[in-house]
Design a protein around this ligand. Structure first.
Ligand SMILES: *[C@@H]1O[C@H](CO)[C@@H](O)[C@H](O)[C@H]1NC(C)=O
Ligand SMILES: *[C@@H]1O[C@H](CO)[C@@H](O)[C@H](O)[C@H]1NC(C)=O
Ligand SMILES: *[C@@H]1O[C@H](CO)[C@@H](O)[C@H](O)[C@H]1NC(C)=O
Ligand SMILES: *[C@@H]1O[C@H](CO)[C@@H](O)[C@H](O)[C@H]1NC(C)=O
Ligand SMILES: *[C@@H]1O[C@H](CO)[C@@H](O)[C@H](O)[C@H]1NC(C)=O
Ligand SMILES: *[C@@H]1O[C@H](CO)[C@@H](O)[C@H](O)[C@H]1NC(C)=O
Ligand SMILES: *[C@@H]1O[C@H](CO)[C@@H](O)[C@H](O)[C@H]1NC(C)=O
Ligand SMILES: *[C@@H]1O[C@H](CO)[C@@H](O)[C@H](O)[C@H]1NC(C)=O
Length: 332
């Protein structure tokens, strides 16, 4: 009796001893571990991933995070590393991934692989300051969990896929600083729910603003430094809720006198370097604008007096055809 109890006790203890370190090292999901090691290999085994070694808990590796409950990889973040490789296809085999951030990997190249369609839990996809090229794939429209999509500062070209407007939870869309061409998709007038903050500056976008965009309320919009034409009236009207709009350095050409209903929410409006003509509307004096810049256009007539319009320095108004009055020199 005594011996058998002792034996039982010893066996239990030694079993515990054997399984405890084993189960600790197994915290990380084996499939995820395998996938991460494959990713490491396709990134060329860079020094930044030296902690990624077999037989250590991959939940403890640098640059990744695991879910507390199911121990699956939920986050992978790499900043400023000397990685010369293509975007690994194996990333698509991390099904619990919610955050993927690759930033300032200037030698990371290739295109966004189609395997990304499997990342249905992805909330943040940020690949910026890399050498990513080619089109923005339309299949990104399948990643319905996306809240933040940031593909800025890359070499992406081709046009913006209309499918991005089908992302129901999108709050921020950064496609600025690429080589995107073509026009802004009509579908941006069909965002359901809140329209995301949209940044499209420093591209080669052309054509006119689609009239469909009048159907929704934009809040933050940066279209600066493109080749856009026509007018911007679809974003305004007393009905709208736009807060900050940068249309500078495009080819917009319209009579500003006809654009006179601005939403009370408007706090920043930059129109510099376009071909806007006519006069500044009186209604601008009713706005609480933190920033206004209409310089380098073809405007004429007296700057309306009142509101904040005399608070900006003259560079907000200079280089127009015949704009005059404070803060510019008095009209003749
Ligand atoms: C990118 O690769 C080139 C060629 O191998 C190398 O000279 C350069 O230092 C790398 N850039 C960065 C930021 O690591
Ligand atoms: C980046 O790595 C490449 C080789 O992969 C090397 O030639 C280059 O000097 C490295 N650049 C920096 C800035 O470390
Ligand atoms: C995008 O860039 C690639 C590589 O430079 C080029 O082959 C392709 O024609 C470009 N596509 C568009 C639509 O400009
Ligand atoms: C936009 O640019 C493309 C070439 O990139 C050209 O084919 C097209 O005609 C342009 N569209 C407009 C409206 O200017
Ligand atoms: C925009 O928002 C305002 C205020 O919330 C609302 O009254 C208006 O109907 C909205 N317009 C559209 C087109 O959704
Ligand atoms: C304001 O928006 C509503 C619905 O979004 C629309 O029916 C109405 O015509 C708009 N009014 C103006 C002045 O644009
Ligand atoms: C701009 O529109 C106003 C009001 O409709 C009109 O009086 C003016 O002549 C137009 N200016 C130009 C340059 O077409
Ligand atoms: C307005 O824009 C012009 C052109 O970019 C710039 O030189 C000027 O400093 C700006 N002024 C203000 C007040 O924003």
């Amino acid at each position: 009796m005594k011996t058998s109890f002792f034996t039982f006790f010893t066996i239990t203890i030694s079993l515990l001893y054997l399984t405890l370190p084993l189960s600790l090292s197994q915290r990380c999901n084996r499939k995820d571990e395998k996938t991460l090691l494959r990713i490491k290999k396709s990134l060329g085994n860079p020094p930044v991933l030296t902690t990624w070694t077999r037989n250590s808990d991959c939940c403890n590796w640098d640059h990744v995070e695991c879910d507390l409950y199911n121990d699956r990889i939920t986050s992978l973040t790499l900043f400023s590393s000397n990685i010369s490789a293509r975007v690994p296809e194996a990333l698509g085999n991390l099904p619990y991934l919610e955050t993927l951030i690759f930033r300032k990997l200037t030698n990371l190249t290739g295109q966004i692989p189609a395997t990304f369609t499997k990342l249905t839990r992805l909330k943040t996809l940020s690949i910026s300051w890399t050498n990513l090229w080619g089109p923005i794939p339309s299949f990104l429209g399948q990643l319905k969990s996306l809240v933040t999509l940031d593909l800025s500062f890359n070499m992406l070209n081709g046009s913006i896929p209309w499918e991005l407007a089908t992302l129901p939870n999108l709050e921020t869309l950064h496609l600025d600083r690429n080589r995107l061409s073509g026009s802004i998709p009509d579908s941006f007038g069909t965002f359901t729910g809140r329209v995301p903050a949209i940044y499209l500056s420093h591209n080669l976008l052309n054509g006119t603003i689609p009239k469909e965009l009048a159907q929704v309320n934009f809040t933050w919009l940066d279209l600066s430094r493109n080749k856009l034409q026509g007018d911007i009236s679809v974003f305004f009207g007393t009905n709208k809720t736009i807060e900050a709009a940068d249309f500078s350095r495009n080819m917009f050409k319209f009579n500003f006198s006809n654009l006179n209903e601005f939403p009370a929410t408007l706090a920043s409006l930059d129109l510099n370097h376009n071909r806007i003509y006519g006069r500044l509307p009186e209604s601008l004096t009713e706005l609480d604008l933190q920033k206004l810049n209409v310089s380098y256009n073809k405007l004429c007539g007296e700057i309306p007096a009142g509101g904040r319009l005399q608070n900006y320095d003259n560079s907000a108004y200079f280089h127009n055809r015949c704009l005059c009055g404070s803060p510019l020199p008095a009209c003749k």
